[in-house]
Design a protein around this ligand. Sequence first.
Ligand SMILES: NC(=O)c1ccc[n+]([C@@H]2O[C@H](COP(=O)([O-])OP(=O)(O)OC[C@H]3O[C@@H](n4cnc5c(N)ncnc54)[C@H](O)[C@@H]3O)[C@@H](O)[C@H]2O)c1
Ligand SMILES: [Zn+2]
Length: 679
Amino acid sequence: MGPTPDDTVRKRARQLREQLRHHNYRYFVLDDPEISDARYDRLMQELLEIESNWPELAAPDSPTVRVGSAPLEKFETIAHSVAMLSLDKGFSADDIPAFDQRVRRALKTDAPVRYTVEPKVDGVAVELVYRSGVLQTASTRGDGYTGELITPNVRTIAQVPLRLEEKNGVSAPSLLEVRGEVYMETADFKALNQWRLENDLSLFANPRNASAGSLRQLDSKVTAKRPLKIFVYGIGRVQGPELTGHCQALEFLEKLGFSVNPLVRCGLDADQAVGFFHELDAMRADLSYEIDGLVVKVDSYALQQQLGTTSRSPRWAVAIKFAALQEQTRVVDIIVQVGRTGALTPVAVLDPVSIGGVTVSRATLHNEDEVAKKDVRIGDRVLVQRAGDVIPEIVKVIDSWRTGEEKSFEMPESCPVCGARAVRLEDEAATRCINRNCPAQLKGNIRHFAAKGAFDIDGLGKKLIDQLVDRQLIASIADIFRLDVKTLEALDRMGPKSAQNLVDAIAQSRQIVFSRFVYALGIRHVGEHGARLLAARYETIEELAFADSRELEAIDGLGPVAAASITEFFSRAENLEIIRTLQDLGVEIVSEKQDAGKTADRPLEGKTVVLTGTLSSMTRNQARERIESAGGRVSGSVSSKTDFVVAGEASGSKLEKARQLGVTVVDESGFQALIRDGG
Ligand SMILES: NC(=O)c1ccc[n+]([C@@H]2O[C@H](COP(=O)([O-])OP(=O)(O)OC[C@H]3O[C@@H](n4cnc5c(N)ncnc54)[C@H](O)[C@@H]3O)[C@@H](O)[C@H]2O)c1
Ligand SMILES: [Zn+2]
């Protein structure tokens, strides 16, 4: 880069500004973005860099110095007495100490500065103005100085107090301007999008856009139907109480009856803030709402004043973003995969794209109806989401990128693996291959049979199963127990040692508890939970096989669909034959009671337990079985309904959450005592 910018740089800056303005409009005004947030952030960073390298290119109307977008004309507007600004952004934990240094340099101090650190909930900023304790107006951020008046809409949010009562030793200030984030929980967002899908309405890209779209309605009856919530995180002006810092302000707001995020941490130094960043990142997938980072704020109001603000953001706060969950890419092809039940699943082949550090090149499209409803075509630009362990999914097609060259997908009429006819039953979403000997189904069945909650055979993975079926070394699940070292040795990437290990693992798996055996059979609609319900009711596989559907339906928690599927399964001679063959080959089914030994009483009856970290005396699955045979239920996430959290080595976010919620936490020896004697 030179002392004066050349034409290419000038041109690029102009281009970036135009693009950013366009995307601001799509995002802030239409609530319908065309690009992922991560991509938007990259464009913004590029422009910021150009403007800092060539200050003469900076412009007063550049998106780098403006907030949001002008209010929509259809709304009345209202001026904010204190500007509602944006936040400076960082994209890794290292940006926290860097921010801390900037702050201390500006304050000319070596003493540690105390920060309040908050989850950055992905929703819409609003300002609520209360006079003498009564909600007068509510508005959006708008361009930071003038917002859209949406009072009737905000009134429909149950968590927004309409009148502030004197309570918890505090009374309503004569004037109070509260800022907060209106958001939608992830499950509610999904349900809303599902409903929109079924009613041929356009989809929201994420909970943030759904919240914004719901809030910015001319008819507050529409807003009232949307499940919106709020967390408050700041104050504009206040007359009455003496508040000297941010944390104190949050406590005050909470006492007045506002909803403050329980994960907020006060009094952290920069190192502790970094620690919290990692904790929160780990907790992220377990939260019921989306967060896209955290916000670090200098706590003291006096120091905030000293630091001041720019036209776009305060100098006393920074938002550190987590890795993105969404990216945009192109659908190169739509292929069809055949699963264990014969279901043909359309899968989008994508231009590989990195989402949160993982390269994604496929996304499931579930079934024919889903493709049709989302109208995904080959060649489309789409928004793809990958969250936690969930299979990547296409959120929506970005319509504005359509060229007309895209090709529609059609479900094939025959199985792409075996060529047999594929049919769709009237009341089903799936199209299925009707060939019971379809190699794709066999592979799926074997994978399921050998998987963790079933026979749990170490070393029998996908690649090996593919080879075994393709070379016709296995024609049914029972054949697993006929494998020998010689056969296995001859396979790709197998040696004498790994072959022996696998044979040993297979031999070891022969003894199996009843519920796992039932699950391993792969009866449709019978998952691990259903299998356990059956094991609690029946003692042997023979008893189960002869159970009639009325009796099955009566089992609490099972349901008619599973019951019908079970009777159907056992009515087939070939299934009974396989079970008999498995037993002939040495599979020994142990009843749960035998397995659990003497624990006839159920010390954890009715209790909900969450496991986190690793235990030294047993695996997760074993711990789960022990809890269930003691009458308890294992849940994946901590909530106020949790009775105990069992914290093993290296337990992370769940432990943190348990502490926040005041749930009883026990260590490994405490857990042993629990399953012996109960709580
Ligand atoms: N995809 C697109 O086309 C597109 C376009 C424009 C903007 N965007 C997204 O919006 C961002 C820019 O928007 P922005 O300027 O509003 O910045 P921002 O949303 O990143 O940060 C400011 C906002 O954070 C929110 N917030 C949540 N929790 C908070 C807390 N505890 N304390 C304070 N604020 C909190 C508030 O709503 C506040 O207005 C971009 O980084 C991008 O992610 C995307
Ligand atoms: Zn087939």
